[in-house]
Write a protein that binds this ligand. Structure first.
Ligand SMILES: [Zn+2]
Length: 203
């Protein structure tokens, strides 16, 4: 299997075209970086990853190994085929945005996962008039019995990785979350680089 590696820099986004069966592995170099993740049908951008269908189909509020991200047309888009983290991956909370950083008292222009999504697909010559809900890889969001949610730092360790396999031809969009106000990217509140490894489809 040919594998190519690249770096997704801290606070940046990028998009990759994956054909059916190809894989993308995210190595959490520093351990605590949250990666907001979206899939788009490469042939029809109106079909996109949909967390409400993902939770409904999986009957689960987290993405765990073996579970698929479902589309807005309730078809599997990518499957989490390998996961060395001890944690669970959040499907509940929205990607960070200009509005959230304004709520946090940050000056205008703070990078955001929402901005990164549109920048990344724009680099491929694509656009969408809205932002789908994100899968939040490595992000720890606990749910209390009364329904309250707890935002916690990641529990992954340096070098932990997750691998997604395309279940259709997709555009996979990743954002290394720029959140540096709350500890969602670790107690140091410091966004970090991650490594991306692309893998061919199994023969
Ligand atoms: Zn973010």
């Amino acid at each position: 299997m040919t594998r190519t590696a690249t770096t997704l820099p801290a606070s940046q986004g990028a998009a990759w075209r994956l054909r059916l069966g190809e894989t993308l592995t995210i190595v959490n170099t520093h351990g605590s970086q949250v990666i907001d993740t979206w899939a788009l049908n490469a042939d029809d951008l109106s079909e996109h990853s949909a967390m409400e269908h993902t939770r409904s189909k999986n009957s689960h509020v987290y993405l765990e190994e073996g579970l698929a991200v479902m589309s807005s047309k309730r078809r599997p888009m990518v499957t989490l085929v390998a996961d060395t983290t001890p944690g669970r991956h959040d499907t509940l909370l929205c990607p960070c945005s200009a509005e959230i950083y304004a709520e946090l008292g940050q000056p205008a222009g703070h990078r955001s996962c929402t901005g990164n999504f549109h920048e990344a697909i724009g680099a491929l010559g694509l656009s969408l008039p809205f932002t789908p809900a994100s899968l939040n890889l490595f992000m720890q969001v606990g749910v209390e019995a009364d329904g309250a949610v707890r935002r916690e730092p990641p529990v992954s360790k340096p070098g932990d990785s997750v691998t997604l396999r395309a279940e259709m031809d997709v555009i996979l969009v990743l954002s290394a979350c720029p959140q540096d106000v709350t500890p969602i990217n670790g107690e140091g509140c410091t966004p970090r680089d991650v490594e991306i490894i692309l893998g061919e489809a199994a023969a």
